[in-house]
Design a protein around this ligand. Sequence first.
Ligand SMILES: [Zn+2]
Length: 454
Amino acid sequence: MIKRITAVLLTGLTVLSCAGFLSGCSAKSVTMVDVSGDTIALFRSADASEVETEAVAKAYADTALHEAREIIAAIKDISLADGLKELADCRIETFYDAQVSENLANAVRKSEVAELPCGAAMTDNQGHLIACYSTDEQDENGGYLNLAIERQAPYSTLKPLCVYAPAMDSGMIDWSSVYEDKPYKQIPDQSGEMKDWPQNSDSKYSSEPVTVAKAVLRSLNTVPVQVLHDYGVSKAIGLMEESFGMPLEYEYSKASSSGEDEVIGNIALGYTYAGLSPVELAGYYSVFAAKGVYLAPTCVKRIVDKKGETLYEYRAEPKQVYSEETAFIMNNLLRRVANVGGTGEEAYLENAYVAGKTGTGESDDGHWFVGTVPQYSCAVWHGGHTARNASPAVFHDIMQEMSLDPNADYPWCNGVEERAYCEASGKLPSSGCTKVDIGYYPTGSKIEICREHQ
Ligand SMILES: [Zn+2]
């Protein structure tokens, strides 16, 4: 369990006092610097230790300190508490970008969620965590609650990661595979009455065949449940744990008597026990924009001790999570979500390509948008029990503050081709098909000709 830093707000500077941190090392301190070597936080050790940092860097300093502590604890094979003590007198060099942080904080504070609990994180396309944001919140013990690393239920943001991309990678589904928009089964509600499950967000079923593309665009709940059932939920969990280190270890152990179907529902609809943080989700979504390669979001570039010796230096450890083809196709599906008619259309930018996904809890207890532009990946979560998901609009405002290159595009994939398909059957259109759309498919993958409309 991570010990939280206690925050006390002072004018101009934020002082975080961290119980136990560097105790017994009264003359010592830890310096945290940004990419240009400028100090962003000074962890002092006046008895129980205090931290000086500007308000805009507070969430990042907290996130980077947690990471540095974990790094040292792992290197020296010691406890996290001892890892913190080992950092005494060290200098932590980070990937913090002061300008991006400023932009991120400005955008959120000017937005409609300014008064609501909000956490956000931004990575560049090299896996470096360059900015974090958290409103000033306290946990139940009065400690600083950093919403950039606090885990929340990911809701529908989990569908592309845990359901569609693995199923596409295995060849089980493609852009226009057809599923029926119907209940998976009936389950008893609180009064014992049998009810259709799962519900779509509009509580309606079209009971008609829908393509995967349309299911993603409308964030249907019926389709990912069927896809995950067919793919195998334990296989999906294993893949997510192995490739991302996603915290899904409680899904089976905490499932009740309904067993497998409960796990399917929790994964397919994003109600996981541990949840995911904005930092984690920003890292995961960058995979779709980066040829399927995952780089864990990282704050700490280098840790140097008081003698000037390097204790740790960051080395990227890229992991191929999905194939390049799957990543490209998923990214194009997610681009539709962030376009006119998609659930994330408010994230759309005139001057940059956006790909992303919304997520909202059934009782409106949290709202997400996680998305990328070619240069960055950004996750925004807000609470506040509002009916409206303002996160796509906040993402839009954040990216508006960035100097984005309008000519930048996502990497092209040579193993993919663009093809027309019949929207009703998902197959290659014949002369009689009236509703035809364009999709992306692995080159040479076989698609039958629609025979329904000949
Ligand atoms: Zn047809």
